[in-house]
Design a protein around this ligand. Structure first.
Ligand code: IPM
Ligand code: MG
Length: 367
């Protein structure tokens, strides 16, 4: 078997510093578990713009299409706010998602016990929380045409279009049902069928797909009510499937239930490649946090957990993913905390690299 290949795109802001810790973890699996990866690194976002005048060079796009998995840090920063929309750092990320056709974005929201007190919600509401949001990622209002800022009469009008085909809904729904089968066998689909035709179609198609999954208990919720229920009693959910924009909002909200955005990974999956692995990109849910970049304050856990998702979903190494997740849990149980998680008594503050050290030590202990 050929060595699995990984393309690392650290990006901007805290991206490079959290990715440096991921590289140490990857090396650990190579040294201690004999799991070699063929790792290459390239630019994305503002970093790519600075060098090439584009947030994603065509060569990088081509590489991303060839590797077994892409690991991305974060993109964007105030320095790039003045750029034309077409070359903003975010366009690099959106191009990767679109051209790799990564239609299913898995965003788990899991509350580590050691952090249950850290959530802004009451401990009993979040302790033990383990939900999975499946966000459609390559269609909907993010990509629908027509779009743009046009002139109508004597004023301008900004237009974006929410658009979903049946097949786009069908494939992401199947992905969510498959996940539900491996978890708690409950799926809640969220849209706004009360006001949007795309929502009516969404509900119809998801219901139809559900006929192929009789064991999964399917429910539907309007997305606004879903947001409310996520804050009220999030443990009622197992898997949630929703569109691109609602998924963007709901996953940020769900992330905060767990205490810190610095904890949450994501996987963006497409159709299977020739080798049977899905096209895939893994990235933390958090952004580039330019305000703390370069200060050793960033929490590398979301990015490291994204690599754990790569082990599980791209490389079929669920046991090794669980080993890494358990190591992170052990570190948190010991009270080791980066700056985003300080505040409790008796915790040990560490830098980004200090968190990396602690996780590597816990991995060593797992052997
Ligand atoms: C996310 C981000 C992106 C999105 C931005 C950076 C384009 O918020 O991954 O959730 O809106 O999809
Ligand atoms: Mg977002």
């Amino acid at each position: 078997m050929t060595t699995p290949s990984l393309l690392i795109l650290p990006g901007d802001g805290i991206g490079p510093e959290v990715m440096a810790e991921v590289r140490r973890v990857i090396d650990w699996f190579g040294d201690k578990r004999g799991l070699a990866f063929d790792v290459s690194e390239d630019l994305v976002g503002g970093a790519a713009y600075d060098k090439h005048g584009t947030p994603l060079h065509d060569d990088t796009m081509a590489k991303a299409q060839e590797v077994d998995a892409v690991l991305l840090g974060a993109v964007g920063g105030p320095k790039y706010d003045v750029l034309d929309f077409s070359v903003k750092p975010e366009r690099g990320l959106l191009r990767l998602r679109k051209e790799m056709d990564l239609f299913a974005n898995l965003r788990p929201a899991q509350c580590f016990d050691a952090l249950a007190d850290f959530s802004s919600l009451k401990k009993d509401v979040v302790a033990g929380l383990d939900i999975m949001i499946v966000r459609e990622l390559t269609s909907g209002i993010y990509f629908g045409e027509p779009r743009g800022i046009f002139t109508e009469g004597n004023e301008r009008v900004g237009i974006n279009t929410q658009r979903y085909t049946e097949s786009e809904i069908d494939r992401v729904a199947r992905n969510a049902f498959d996940l539900a089968m491996k978890r708690g066998k409950k799926l809640c689909s969220m849209e706004k069928a009360n006001v949007m035709e795309s929502g009516i179609l969404w509900r119809e198609v998801v219901t139809k797909v559900g006929e192929d999954y009789p064991e999964v208990e399917l429910s539907h919720m309007y997305a606004d009510a879903g947001a409310m229920q996520l804050c009220r009693w999030p443990k009622q959910f197992d898997v949630i499937v929703t569109d691109n924009l609602f998924g963007d909002l709901l996953s940020d909200a769900a992330a905060m239930l767990t205490g810190s955005l610095g904890m949450l990974p994501s996987a963006s999956l497409g159709a299977p490649m020739e080798n049977g692995r899905p096209k895939a990109m893994y990235e933390p849910v958090h952004g580039s946090a330019p305000d703390i970049a370069g200060q050793g304050k960033a929490n590398p856990i979301a990015c490291i957990l994204s690599f754990a998702m790569a082990l599980r979903y791209s490389f079929d190494l669920g046991d090794e993913a669980a080993r890494l997740e358990a190591a992170i849990n052990a570190v948190l149980e010991k009270g080791v905390r980066t700056a985003d998680l300080l505040g409790e008594e008796g915790v040990t503050p560490v830098s980004t690299a200090g968190m990396g050290d602690a996780i590597l030590a816990a991995l060593d202990e797992s052997l």
